[in-house]
Design a protein around this ligand. Structure first.
Ligand code: T1G
Length: 691
């Protein structure tokens, strides 16, 4: 048959085994032999039943995403499923690992699906800016009902085998040798005899659809989509399954898919899918990872506690070290409260909470860290404090332990120099809340050993983080670019834009919230402390802090938060303060539109990213996109700042930056040479060889 598809027989049961590592994607070189095999088996009278299975670690994990954006070679998945579904003899999909996207759609073309107890099944296309394009939106509702299908397809979240069995997506769940179970299942089904109803002809569940409830959930999905088209299309396609005849629903799905696959939003989200995986690739394949089995965290404050939780959640025992029993008690109490909230919300079981809390051991004695394989310092953001801590670690940590700092800004080379083991020192910059935010900036100091880096990248994956390796500079990649994005914040206010207008320009762009609302959420006092430490001022933000207006935590910041509400309410007092400051500074106020706000905030963001690439602080432009989408909420439908620059047009960005540079003389507007190069070449590659 083919290197990617094997045929075998177990008596009168034929087994089709797809073998296309690493995830059995339905690439063209799988689809062609698969179509041939199904036709042959359909017509082979000696075959009583057909099992479709996969070799390797998983059932088909989807269409081959690398094929999108190119002419699709025939046969397409849809045609294969149609042939499969028309086969009269019983067909059984044997699912292990993850049956995702086109993989689950292939399985939906079978009469039956059996799954390994550890299998997961889902239609995650929405995360790629797509919708299931192989009939999933028309078939899944026929097995699990329209509402469950809407939730699965609209979220893209897979379900486990037991849940799949409970909702009718799979017909049996097996532990152990799935292939044998599947063949026996198929033989038994064939022995009992048909008719075998294809999924497309199962309409009972659709008749029970409460369209009002469905439409209410679809409306909620659209609201949360924040301008993304795919979730809305998913809901429409599932609704079509209920209201249209099957073939019309299928045609409507196809039309929606063709539109989405060509959209910038889907191109952006597919870019991010591969960008996240590229970011985890480091030079030096043969580097051996260090063994990390136990973790120490220094500091049980907001960051330290969150970091400790991130490792405990990943199954690591954690020693949490503080300077006093009282500080330790407070930190552990906060951790326990956080887990309790998750239990209340239903996202964590009581048992899991107990298991995670059992991972923690508190201490105030550095000697207790002696056996840790990794120690993460999350103490006060002060160089002297960090140097003292690393000096102590140098004395107690075992040889080969990785010593990491969670600093957001400070020079890690300087911290490393305070130890005798610079090779073991690097940055693990988590984002608050550290147990929630996906991004982990792994900061490569000058002398960090390659194996320490490789170990840290693998560790990020083990605790469910998205890792990006960055270089040492003030603020590394994310925070350095954040400073550029915010450089004009005060000027925009003084010149006449209200905090609400600036924030609305951001949320209209697709951000979850704008910079002023974000400042109120994080606490304006944090920026205030940083500015004072660096001798900087911000007339409006400093004044708000001097008035004790730190944001949500004090009920007032740039906005009002009435009675503990988290909803920002514009505050006339703040707007009066801004006008007074403008008068004081002789700044004429005027109406400022959203386009100007974006030009004076997001164009400098892109420009700083170009400088970061020139300085090799980030290895790839796509790494910067991964940082901003996973650490700061850059809209996935725009692919991150550097991908978006391509959509926006780098030449336009250069032209507008030059305009604002002439107006303000500020460096954030001086176009970086690489940005100019990008405008000419369309590429972010930093050297002529494009290496
Ligand atoms: N196509 C092409 N390459 C893929 C791929 C795919 N669908 N899935 C994974 N890879 C590559 C990946 O880039 C990496 O490559 C390697 O496989 C290992 O992946 C018509 C339109 C299955 C849960 O969205 O979620 O079907 O870096 O590092 O962590 O309706 O891969 O080694 O060179 O992620 O063990 C829908 C996407 C597609 C699932 C495994 N399916 N994949 O995770 O390994 S659209 C998806 C995943 C579709 C139809 C529609 C995960 C995984 P490299 P990995 P992992």
């Amino acid at each position: 048959m083919s290197d990617f598809l094997k045929l075998s027989r177990d008596g009168d049961v034929a087994i089709v085994t797809i073998d296309n590592p690493p995830v059995n994607a339905l690439s063209f070189h799988v689809r062609a032999p698969l179509m041939q095999a199904l036709g042959a088996l359909r017509d082979d009278a000696s075959v009583a039943a057909i099992v479709i299975a996969c070799a390797g670690r998983t059932f088909v994990a989807g269409a081959d995403i690398t094929e999108f954006g190119k002419p699709m070679q025939q046969p397409e998945l849809r045609a294969i499923v149609a042939v499969l579904e028309a086969i009269a003899k019983p067909t059984v999909a044997a699912i292990h690992g993850t049956a995702l996207g086109g993989g689950l759609e292939l399985a939906l073309g079978c009469h039956f699906r059996v799954a390994d107890v550890g299998a997961k099944l889902g239609l995650p296309e929405v995360k790629l800016g797509l919708l299931p394009g192989g009939g999933g939106t028309a078939r899944l509702p026929r097995l699990v009902g329209a509402l469950k299908a809407l939730r699965m397809i609209g979220s893209g979240t897979p379900i486990g085998a037991d849940e799949a069995h409970a909702v009718g997506l799979v017909d049996a769940v097996f532990a152990g040798d799935l292939a044998t179970h599947a063949v026996n299942f198929a033989r038994e089904i064939a022995r009992k005899g048909g008719p075998f109803t294809p999924v497309r002809d199962r309409n009972d569940l659709l008749g029970e659809t409460e369209l009002a409830a469905f439409d209410a959930e679809a409306a909620d999905l659209a609201r949360k989509a924040r301008g993304l088209e795919a979730p809305v299309a998913c809901a429409q396609a599932v609704r079509n399954a209920v209201t249209l005849p099957f073939d019309q629903a299928l045609a409507a799905e196809r039309a929606l898919f063709v539109k989405l696959v060509a959209s910038n939003q889907s191109r952006a989200q597919r870019h991010l899918f591969f960008a996240e995986r590229e970011a985890a690739k480091l030079p030096g394949k043969d580097v051996i990872k260090r063994r990390i089995a136990s973790v120490g965290v220094i500091g049980a404050g907001t960051m330290g506690g969150g970091i400790a939780m991130a490792f405990a959640n990943g199954g690591f025992p954690v020693i949490l070290l503080e300077t006093s029993q009282e500080a330790l008690r407070r930190g552990l109490a906060t951790i326990e409260k956080n887990y309790a909230v998750s239990v209340t919300r239903g996202s964590l079981s009581e048992d899991a909470k107990r298991q995670r809390l059992a991972q923690f051991k508190g201490s105030t004695d550095y000697a207790d860290l002696a056996d840790c394989d990794l120690i993460v310092e999350a103490a006060f953001e002060d160089m002297a404090v960090k140097k003292e801590i690393f000096g102590k670690l140098d004395a107690v940590a075992k040889p080969g332990a990785i010593l990491a700092t969670n600093t957001s800004y400070l020079d890690i080379d300087e911290i490393a120099a305070s130890t005798s083991r610079s090779r073991d020192v690097l940055g693990l910059h988590f984002f608050s809340p550290a147990n929630v935010m996906k991004l982990l900036e792994i900061v490569r100091a000058e002398k960090t050993a390659p194996d320490a880096l490789v170990t840290s990248v693998d560790l990020a994956r083990r605790i469910g983080k998205v890792a990006v390796v960055v270089g040492v500079c003030h603020g590394f990649v994310g925070n350095r670019m954040l400073a550029a994005r915010g450089a004009e914040s005060e000027a925009l206010l003084l010149e006449g834009a209200t905090p609400s207008q600036v924030d609305k320009a951001f949320t209209d762009f697709g951000w979850p919230m704008g910079p002023f609302q974000m400042g109120d959420l994080a606490g304006l006092d944090i920026g205030w402390r940083n500015r004072k430490a660096r001798g900087l001022t911000a007339a409006i933000a400093d004044t708000l802090c001097e008035q004790g207006r730190f944001g949500q935590k004090t009920g007032r910041g740039f906005y009002l938060y009435e009675n503990g509400s988290r909803t920002p309410v514009p505050d006339p007092e703040v707007e009066a303060l801004i006008r007074a400051k403008a008068v004081e500074k002789g700044v004429a106020q005027r109406a400022i539109g959203a386009e100007e706000i974006i030009e004076r905030t997001l164009y400098p963001l892109v420009n700083e990213g170009a400088k970061i690439l020139e300085e090799k602080i980030a290895a790839r432009a796509s790494d910067i996109d991964v940082v901003w989408v996973n650490g700061y909420g850059f809209p996935v439908g725009k692919g991150g700042p550097m991908f978006w620059a391509g959509l926006e047009g780098a030449a336009r960005i250069v032209e507008r930056l030059e305009h604002w540079y002439r107006q303000t003389g500020k460096d954030v507007f001086k176009p970086a040479p690489l940005l100019r190069r990008m405008a000419e070449t369309g590429s972010w590659e930093t050297d002529a060889t494009g290496g």
